[in-house]
Design a binder for this molecule. Structure first.
Ligand SMILES: N[C@@H](CCC(=O)N[C@@H](CS)C(=O)NCC(=O)O)C(=O)O
Length: 204
């Protein structure tokens, strides 16, 4: 399998992390976002949206980080990471939607301002990040994982941008259950860290 990615992309990290947690052999191909490689015809043939990550597996091309998580769990027949029953799969989908919605427009957007110079309103996106973190904190107050008794792709989808939220000036210090959750993900066998950038609250 080949994963087209960028090391500073949390969406890419999500996919890299799950490949590693599953122990699936893969090659990482870095896409030079700064040089605009993701908007060139060769890459647009793989993903017309011009975004990383993209997975290529024996002629099958899968774009979108959450779609990649679903593909990998199904391909590896890992129903522990992605349950098949109606209630379990709906519970996972709910968090994949949070990852593509509240996470993308909250902590991920806040980090885009400090790491990539995006022109968002910091107050608005940081505010959104704290609303999400408050909800995560309540949800995780009496459970270890987002869905069920063990780790699932829901946890993988939420992890990367929440872990690096301080880089976008989002303070995690008042969310102990979220912090414990991040440490839990980090202690999974096969965990690979998301590169740290000295930006925002994480600046030296
Ligand atoms: N829904 C996509 C979003 C991916 C995404 O936003 N990727 C960013 C890097 S983190 C990207 O490639 N941005 C370039 C662009 O949109 O032009 C996913 O989950 O993979």
């Amino acid at each position: 399998m080949k994963l087209y990615h960028h090391p500073l992309s949390g969406h890419s990290h999500r996919a890299c992390l799950f490949l590693s947690l599953l122990g699936l052999p893969h090659e990482l191909v870095e896409v030079d976002l700064k040089a605009g490689a993701h908007k060139r015809p060769e890459f647009l043939k793989l993903n017309p949206f011009g975004q990383v990550p993209v997975l290529e597996d024996d002629g099958v091309v899968v774009s979108d980080s959450n779609a990649i998580l679903v593909y990998l769990a199904k391909k590896a027949s890992r129903t522990d990471w992605l349950p098949e029953d109606a209630q379990g799969s709906a519970a996972i989908q709910r968090w994949l939607s949070v990852a593509a919605g509240e996470v993308a427009f909250g902590p991920a957007a806040a980090r885009l301002i400090t790491v990539f110079g995006a022109k968002f309103n910091p107050e608005e996106v940081i505010g959104r990040a704290h609303t999400l973190l408050g909800r995560l904190e309540s949800h995780l107050a009496d459970r270890q994982w987002l869905v069920g008794a063990g780790p699932t792709i829901a946890d993988v989808a939420i992890y990367s941008y929440v872990a690096r939220a301080p880089e976008g000036n989002v303070d995690l210090s008042t969310y102990p259950a979220v912090d414990a959750f991040l440490r839990r993900v980090e202690s999974l066998p096969g965990f690979v860290p998301f590169v740290q950038t000295p930006a925002g609250l994480a600046a030296a």
